[in-house]
Design a binder for this molecule. Structure first.
Ligand code: SAM
Length: 232
């Protein structure tokens, strides 16, 4: 009989490997770098302690403040779509738990860097602690602020990922993306969106639709206005 020690590193590693294997079998995870990153980053360290045992369910989980850590399959889809590589400079809007930032950091490090912006100060602190504990602090800068305005200070970026739903692509993100760069962003209304993959080539944006998705709203200057958060 095999004894599972609840909460041990080995148990979490086995669950992580099982989840990654099923995402590969479903055809969601494809590239070597993204598979390696998802096998390396311990999701149990990015969820609130009471949800540690649920860390490898393929579902979003609450991180408080009405926000969520995205489901692993959505992190996999977005990271694959971003086509990020070692050495890239990446901007993330919507730090949340810091998990998606850690996945990208695992791919871009050691020469590359991730700047991630979070509008809820308590979540920025939560993410910073998670990133420090898991050893990603040197490769990720967490900034408190309105990410819908981007982060001019470190622009231009090779890649930009928005992990909250936006009504349209925030204009500052387009100007902060370098020529040949790529943005992955859910665009739609408050309740359902399409994941868009946008490339800047020859100064023009080329937009491709990926999958339907459901994200919490991007707020701030270029996001959804809070007084419009109602039905109809
Ligand atoms: N990427 C996160 C992770 O790995 O845990 C999940 C992101 S969660 C689905 C969306 C996050 O976007 C929330 O933490 C929310 O507070 C944040 N957010 C919403 N509007 C924002 C804005 N204008 N600037 C920065 N963060 C924003």
């Amino acid at each position: 009989m095999m004894i599972e020690f609840v909460g041990s590193d080995e148990v979490f590693r086995a669950r992580r490997e099982k989840l990654v294997k099923s995402l590969v079998e479903e055809g969601i995870l494809k590239s070597e770098e993204v598979i390696r990153a998802m096998l390396s980053v311990p999701r149990e360290e990015f969820v609130p302690p009471r949800y540690r045992e649920l860390a490898y369910l393929d579902t979003p989980l609450s991180i408080g403040y009405g926000q969520t850590i995205s489901a692993p399959h959505m992190v996999a889809i977005m990271t694959e779509a971003l086509k990020v590589s070692r050495g890239n400079k990446v901007l993330e809007i919507g730090t949340g738990s810091g998990y998606q930032a850690a996945i990208i950091a695992e791919i871009v490090k050691p020469e590359g860097h991730v700047w991630t912006i979070e509008i809820v100060p308590e979540l920025a602190k939560f993410a910073e602690e998670n990133l420090r504990r898991t050893g990603y602090s040197d490769y990720v800068s967490v900034i408190i602020g309105d990410g819908s305005r981007g982060y001019e200070e470190a622009a231009p970026y090779d890649r930009i990922i928005v992990t909250a739903a936006a009504p349209e692509v925030p204009k500052p993100l387009i100007s902060q993306l370098r020529e040949g760069g790529r943005i992955v962003i859910p665009i739609g209304d408050m309740y359902v969106q399409i994941l868009k993959i946008i490339e800047k080539r020859g100064g023009t944006l080329h937009v491709e639709d990926s999958v339907p998705c459901v994200f919490v709203p991007l707020v701030g200057e270029y996001g959804f206005k809070k007084d419009l958060w109602h039905d109809g």
